[in-house]
Design a protein around this ligand. Structure first.
Ligand SMILES: [Zn+2]
Length: 155
């Protein structure tokens, strides 16, 4: 909520956004989907009859009742999938998704500065690139004009 005299520096909305960026595993688009959720989509079990991915025991019971009602469910036969995520990869993805800020109070000055420095460096590089591009275009034009002049002289 905005207050009368003090300007609001951290709104709940912006803090939530930061927290999300710093903690939520996303990014990688469609290709990243498998990496993010695992091959089974986070399902813990695989049905040993039809190889369907089933998230939990309860769902497995329901699945058996509806799909394989003639068979009796043996939970031990169901393949248990490894749904654990590669935490290093998760952190890497999070780092790639946006500003490298950790959530809330843990956001240290150093990290803030790092993010700012990186941004500044990128902006500088961009400016320099544009400058070089412009110069190149200019030089090319010059060369073209020179060549045209020469051709005229030769005629
Ligand atoms: Zn099945």
């Amino acid at each position: 909520m905005p207050r009368k005299a003090k300007p609001t520096k951290h709104s709940t909305k912006s803090l939530d956004k930061k927290r999300k960026l710093a903690t939520q595993d996303k990014g990688g688009g469609k290709k990243g989907k498998e990496a993010r959720r695992g091959k089974t989509g986070g399902a813990k079990f695989t049905c040993y009859v039809c190889f369907k991915h089933i998230p939990d025991e309860k769902t497995m019971t329901i699945h058996f009742e509806s799909k394989h009602s003639k068979l009796t469910l043996d939970m031990e036969k169901c393949k248990v999938n490894d749904t654990k995520k590669d935490q290093a990869a998760v952190r890497e993805r999070i780092r790639e998704t946006g500003p490298a800020l950790s959530a809330g109070k843990k956001m240290t000055r150093r990290e803030k500065k790092k993010a700012k420095d990186k941004k500044d460096a990128e902006a500088k590089q961009k400016r320099e690139d544009e400058k070089a591009k412009k110069k190149k275009a200019k030089d090319e034009e010059k060369a073209k004009r020179k060549a045209a002049k020469k051709a005229k002289q030769n005629e």
